[in-house]
Structures are given as structure tokens and as C-alpha cells.
Design a protein around this ligand. Structure first.
Ligand SMILES: Cc1cc2nc3c(=O)[nH]c(=O)nc-3n(C[C@H](O)[C@H](O)[C@H](O)COP(=O)(O)OP(=O)(O)OC[C@H]3O[C@@H](n4cnc5c(N)ncnc54)[C@H](O)[C@@H]3O)c2cc1C
Length: 694
């Protein structure tokens, strides 16, 4: 009864379509034609290709009679027949079939003999004359036709569904983020046993026990580590796990396998083909999200309050899953062709060549993105990654284009990418492409100090960073992120200050240039920034910062913001290896002490504090350092982060915000300490982490 109703509904739709279009959308006609062509082996039209089928089969009266019998069998409403026959004529246009031929086929239907063989193999049944079939077999044929045709539609729907998963996650997170920003006291009010437990076990901890900022290692030995990789937080890992699980489910779920589907020569060929279509569209619909998450100007950073490195985690996993889908796509499709004995011929087809090119570009993108390779040379990784991404998108575009498939998703990808690049350029122009920086090298501490004069069209937001291009002939194209702060010295008010640790790439080249110029040089810089996400911390009664080494730059920027808002209760614990940072950061330390910040400086490990035999660049710095050394309390030995955080949590007078920025172990120890105090602290604690690597 239900199927009868559905069939009538189908007919109605077909009639409308048949009237509106030229009739070729008639699924019954196409289903019958396809079934009679591929489901049976005739004496004619033996060695023809796909494109020649209509022209060859349609004029054959045996075939035409059998198709009309099929249409008649599938639609028991005689008033529909004329619409179907019109549609059949339109379908057979290439075969020059006339109305008379179709009418005579219609007249033959009543006299056709019934073919009584059952469907029990994938092989086409041999026939020599026109025939009729039991209606159940026609229905089966129509079903086989429609599931085969609908594979792409269904795969597209699933691909869009996968994309919506990410938008859903972003939406949920945005609701939380903006509710917290608009009602900053709400999380404190909802602070109870249950929410604390959820935060302690899911939202805040690292995936396992420690590693998040610190890369995990594989194959550690006395000669070094074999492989390093990043582990996400438990919350990110949970989201990633859901994504991978849903991706796998969407890959395999609901593949409409029809037993003995005449379109295929085996069950495995049918399964492989459906899997190949499904995985292909999952790749395509992953692309916009994957490219969006990689961008510096991803608007979702502002929606969710998640930093770029959180989106980087998702970007990497999207890439990995995309690659997995790609391998499934290529593997299953190859199987279908090998099974059909058409593998070698495939290599000369453009769609296959573009497809192979896409995989060729995707491989290095995924494998070289692991921490171990990025650490070898970040710039080389970046260049290879971008070139491969361009190659991957171009190859994917043409792979679909030559197949006449829907390529609109690729336009979205280009648009997202172009927007990001245009926004970067826009930021550089707003900050002024003629911004000037004085770069000073503090050899005692291996640190560069950049004082930058820019357009001043924007003010340095607390906790923000900027990608800096040093406009020098040999490396102006490189851009590196550094935390920004406002200059505190009288003559640098309104300018931007950056402190950069000397490493092996761009910073090394800047140091070289400084050393060639008596420790300092001036240069043009391009500033792609500011980047930051808005966090409303007004409801916290205390701000607590933990910094390690050069990581002081990010907390200091927040401290400046807090001081400018009249925030009183600010504590900073800063762990440094030796007293050298007290020289290059002397003015900023003075600023904090002048504004009542409780600053604790932990110097060295358990060995005595090394004296600083400074090679001061300027007299001003020397004076500032001397005054700082008299005022700041130096504690010998490494920061005991667990004790510091526990004491802060227990002694807090109200909700406490803890922000950490430092080398991997400092961040990971802080996270661990916060997590272990979440359920015991008398007040609500919120943890923020700034990481200098991704
Ligand atoms: C948001 C953010 C803020 C930062 N703020 C500061 C800061 O205030 N002071 C500071 O000294 N450092 C900061 N860093 C780290 C700084 O960006 C790198 O140390 C710097 O880019 C290294 O440059 P290099 O070419 O000399 O290093 P290399 O020796 O070539 O690379 C060393 C490591 O630096 C990282 N790195 C290199 N280039 C980039 C890049 N373009 N983008 C991201 N990471 C990169 C990689 O992890 C690499 O393994 C910050 C990083 C981030 C992500």
C-alpha cells in the first residue's frame, strides 16, 4: 500500500517534470532503458562504448518493445503512459526513434512472452527476442537503477552533513563563548560539583597526563628522539574523535547495496564503487572547512574565542581524514577498474591523471605537517605546504571539472583563501607598509628587541600578536608571529614593542645584521596584525600569570591591559634561566612594580643564581636594570608551579583567572596544576594558555 502510494507520488512528479522538461528526467523511462541495456545480453550492440548506447539500442525493435513493457509493468496507471512514451522518445533522440515506432512497441506489449528466469547472478541474462518480466523484477531493476544514480546525491548530502558537524561545533562553542562574554559572572554562578567535574575531566586537561604544549616523543633514546608529535587537549581530542568516528560512519553507513545490481559485475565492484563515490564527496566537502580553519583571518576565531592553534589542531585532523578518504577513493576506484579489466586504459584519462596529481600533492602536506618535520625547518615546511595546497586544489578542481561534476565547492575554497590573503595585505596597509623598526640585540640573553613605529590606526590589544615581515632583501617574504606590547619608556610611548628569542631562522639573520651594525639596525617592517581573541576578564577578582623565559611577553601585554582598566590584583610568576632577562626587560619590570603588580622572579634551577656579566647596549637599560635589581625579589631555583597554583587557588579572594605562557613544560605543568585544583579550590578558576608554537 505504502509503496503504491510512493509510486503514484513518483508518477505525479514525473508527469510534472515530463511536461516541463523534454521528458528525459522520467526515472521510470531511464530506469527501464538502463535495465534493458545493461541487465541483458542481446545479439546486437555488442562492442560499443557508453556514448554509443542510446543510438545503437533505441532503434532495435526487440529492445524498444521490452522497454515499453517494462514501463507498462511499472506504472499501472494507464493515463501516465503517454507521458512516459513522450519521455522515451526524448530519451531516444540520438537513435532517431519515431512516434510510430514507439506506438507499435506499445501495441506489441500484450503479445510479449514472459521471461521466467530468476535474478541469481551479476551476469547479464542472454535474450534474443522482446520479453516481459514479472513486475517484481521490474521494480528490482528500477531500484538498482535509482540507488546507482542516487549514490552521488547521497554522498553529497553526507559530505554536507560532515561539513555541518564542524559548523555545529563552532556554533555550540560560540554560544558558550559569547554567553560568557556578555554575562561574565555566569560561569561563576554555575560553578558546582558537576560542572567542576566536567571541566576537570573533559574541558581542561591534556589528552593523557602531561603533554600538550610539549611535543610527545616516540622512540626516545640516548642518541635522541626518533619522532615528535603534538597531542591535543582532551576537549579537542574529544571533538576530533567525534569527527573521525562520524567520518568513518558516513563513509560506510547506508551504502545501498542491491544484490545482483546489473550495473556491476560483482558485489565487491558495486561496494567499491559506492565507497569510492562516498569517499570522494567527503573529501570535496571537507575542503572549505579545512581551508577556513588554516587561515589567520578565520572569523570563527572571534566567534568561538578559540585561538588559532586550536583551529590548527582541527585543520591537521581534517587534513588527515581528508587524506584517508582520498586513499579510499583512489583505492576503491582502482579496484573497480581492475575488476572490470579497464585499469591500464584509465591512466590515459585526464580525470585519473588529475586525481593522481591531487593525491601526490596531498601526501607531503599531511606527512610533513607533523611536529617532527616542522621542527626541522619551519620555513621549508611552510613553502612546501602552500605549494602542495595550490597543486591539490587545482588538481582536484580539474578532476571534477573533466567529469562534469559540481565544482562550486572549489570556488568557495578559492574565495576563503583569497579573503585570508587580502585581509593580510589589508592589515599590512592599515599598519602602514612604511613602519620602521629599531632592532636591538641583547647578546646577554640572546634576545632581540624591536621598537616599531607604525600608523597608530589601532591600539595594541592585550594578549595580541602580530606576524612581522622584516623588509630585508633576503627574507622579507617570511612572516613570524610575536606577542605585542606597548612601549613603556617615555620616548617609546605609543610604539609597539616585541621581544624575540634568537633561534635559527629569521631571528638568526636579524642577529647577524645587528652584529654587523654594532648591535642595532633600523629597517622597514610590515605588520600583519593585530591578531587576538576577545576574552572578557572583568568578572575575575584576581589575575594570575605564569611565564617562562621569553613567554613573559604575552602576560605582560595582558598586564598592561589590566592596569589600563584599573585592575588591582595582579600577580606574575616568571621563571628565567639566569638574570639576563632582567636587563632586556628592565623597563617593563619597573613598569609592573610601579603599578603594584606582585612580581616573583624565579631564577635558574637549583644551582646558585648566575651573575650577569651584561654587555649593555644602552646606558638607559643599565640604569633601569640596576634599579630593578634593587626592587625585585629574586627566588633561586625553578618555579614550583604546582605549589604556586595551589597556593593561588586556596588563597584567592574570588574567581581566579590563570594565564600561562612559556616553553612547553611550563605550560603543561601549569595546566596540570590548574586541573588538579579545579575541584578543591574555594573559588572558580579559569585557565588560559598562550603557546608560542603550533
Ligand atoms: C602566537 C605566537 C606568539 C609568539 N610570540 C613570541 C614572542 O613574543 N617572542 C618570541 O621570541 N617568540 C614568540 N613566538 C615564537 C616565534 O614565532 C618563533 O620563535 C619564531 O617564529 C622563530 O623564528 P625563526 O625563523 O628564527 O625560527 P626557526 O629556528 O626557523 O624555527 C624555530 C621554531 O619556531 C617556530 N616557528 C618558526 N617560524 C614560525 C612561523 N612563521 N609561525 C609559527 N611558528 C614558527 C617553529 O615551531 C619552529 O620549529 C610566538 C609564536 C606564536 C605562535
Amino acid at each position: 500500500m505504502r509503496s503504491l502510494f510512493l509510486l503514484s507520488l513518483l508518477n505525479l512528479i514525473i508527469r510534472v517534470l515530463a511536461a516541463g522538461s523534454k521528458g528525459t528526467d522520467d526515472i521510470i523511462v531511464k530506469g527501464c532503458a538502463s535495465y534493458m541495456t545493461l541487465g541483458f545480453s542481446w545479439n546486437f550492440c555488442k562492442k560499443i562504448n557508453k556514448k554509443q548506447r542510446v543510438a545503437c539500442f533505441c532503434p532495435q525493435s526487440e529492445w524498444l518493445d521490452s522497454v515499453v513493457a517494462c514501463i507498462d509493468g511499472l506504472d499501472d496507471d494507464p493515463t501516465n503512459l503517454n507521458f512516459h512514451l513522450k519521455a522515451l522518445k526524448a530519451y531516444c533522440k540520438k537513435g532517431n526513434v519515431t512516434t510510430d515506432q514507439i506506438s507499435s512497441a506499445q501495441n506489441h506489449v500484450g503479445n510479449l512472452a514472459m521471461l521466467n528466469t530468476s535474478i541469481n547472478s551479476y551476469k547479464p541474462r542472454k535474450v534474443t527476442t522482446a520479453f516481459k518480466l514479472p513486475v517484481s523484477q521490474y521494480r528490482w531493476g528500477l531500484n538498482a537503477y535509482s540507488v546507482t544514480q542516487n549514490t552521488t546525491d547521497k554522498a553529497t548530502t553526507y559530505g554536507i552533513g560532515m561539513m555541518c558537524f564542524w559548523y555545529g561545533i563552532v556554533l555550540i562553542r560560540s554560544v558558550f563563548h559569547w554567553t560568557r562574554n556578555f554575562f561574565p559572572t555566569l560561569p561563576h554562578k554555575l560553578d558546582n560539583k558537576a560542572t567542576r567535574l566536567i571541566r576537570k575531566s573533559i574541558c581542561c586537561p591534556p589528552l593523557l597526563t602531561f603533554h600538550h604544549s610539549t611535543p610527545a616523543t616516540l622512540g626516545k633514546s640516548s642518541v635522541g628522539t626518533f619522532f615528535t608529535f603534538n597531542l591535543p587537549t582532551r576537549q579537542s581530542a574529544f571533538i576530533v574523535l567525534c569527527y573521525v568516528a562520524i567520518n568513518l560512519a558516513l563513509l560506510f553507513a547506508g551504502l545501498d547495496i542491491v544484490e545482483y545490481n546489473y550495473n556491476y559485475d560483482s558485489w565487491s565492484a558495486q561496494y567499491s564503487k559506492f565507497l569510492s563515490v562516498r569517499s570522494g564527496w567527503l573529501v570535496v566537502y571537507t575542503l572549505p572547512v579545512m581551508f577556513l580553519f588554516a587561515g589567520r583571518n578565520n572569523f570563527m576565531i572571534h566567534m568561538t574565542g578559540w585561538p588559532l592553534d586550536e583551529f590548527n589542531v582541527f585543520h591537521k585532523w581534517l587534513g588527515r581524514c581528508c587524506f584517508l578518504n582520498l586513499v579510499v577513493h583512489a583505492g576503491t576506484y582502482s579496484y573497480v577498474r581492475i575488476h572490470g579489466g579497464r585499469y591500464n586504459s584509465m591512466w590515459s584519462t585526464p580525470y585519473w591523471q588529475w586525481g593522481i596529481a591531487a593525491i601526490f600533492f596531498a601526501g607531503p602536506m599531511v606527512f610533513l605537517a607533523t611536529h617532527w618535520f616542522r621542527k626541522l625547518s619551519y620555513e621549508i615546511f611552510l613553502v612546501i605546504h602552500i605549494l602542495c595546497a595550490i597543486g591539490f586544489v587545482v588538481a582536484g578542481y580539474y578532476h571534477l571539472d573533466v567529469l562534469k561534476e559540481d565544482i562550486r565547492v572549489y570556488y568557495a575554497v578559492w574565495a576563503i583563501w583569497a579573503f585570508d590573503r587580502a585581509a593580510r595585505l589589508g592589515r599590512v596597509l592599515v599598519a602602514s607598509p612604511f613602519s620602521r623598526a629599531t632592532v636591538t640585540y641583547h647578546s646577554n640573553g640572546n634576545t632581540l628587541e624591536l621598537t616599531i613605529n607604525y600608523s597608530k590606526l589601532w591600539k595594541v590589544p592585550p594578549g595580541s600578536y602580530v606576524f612581522v615581515h622584516i623588509v630585508q632583501p633576503t627574507f622579507f617574504w617570511e612572516s613570524h608571529p610575536f606577542s605585542m606590547m606597548q612601549g613603556v619608556e617615555e620616548d617609546h610611548k605609543g610604539s609597539i614593542k616585541l621581544f624575540c628569542r634568537g633561534l635559527d631562522g629569521m631571528t638568526k639573520r636579524m642577529i647577524k645584521k645587528c652584529l654587523q651594525n654594532n648591535g642595532s639596525f633600523e629597517t622597514y617592517v610590515w605588520l600583519d596584525g593585530p591578531y587576538h581573541q576577545y576574552i572578557n576578564t572583568s568578572a575575575f577578582s584576581e589575575a594570575f600569570f605564569i611565564a617562562g623565559g621569553i613567554g613573559i611577553t604575552a602576560p605582560f601585554s595582558y598586564v598592561q591591559g589590566h592596569i589600563s582598566k584599573g585592575f588591582k590584583d595582579i600577580t606574575v610568576h616568571w621563571g628565567i634561566r639566569d638574570t639576563a632577562p632582567l636587563e632586556w626587560f628592565a623597563d617593563e619590570i619597573s613598569y609592573m612594580l610601579d603599578h603594584g603588580v606582585q612580581l616573583y622572579v624565579h631564577v635558574g634551577d637549583e644551582t646558585p643564581i648566575p651573575s650577569s656579566n651584561a654587555s649593555f647596549v644602552s646606558q638607559g637599560k643599565e640604569k633601569a636594570t640596576m634599579s630593578v635589581l634593587g626592587r625585585v625579589e629574586l627566588k633561586q631555583g625553578r618555579m614550583d608551579i604546582m605549589n604556586i597554583v595551589t597556593a593561588a587557588a586556596n588563597n584567592a579572594s574570588g574567581p581566579l583567572a590563570i594565564l600561562t605562557c612559556g616553553p612547553g613544560p611550563v605550560n603543561d605543568l601549569s595546566r596540570q596544576a590548574v586541573v588538579s585544583n579545579l575541584t578543591t579550590s574555594p573559588h572558580y578558576i579559569e585557565y588560559f594558555e598562550e603557546s608560542f608554537s603550533w
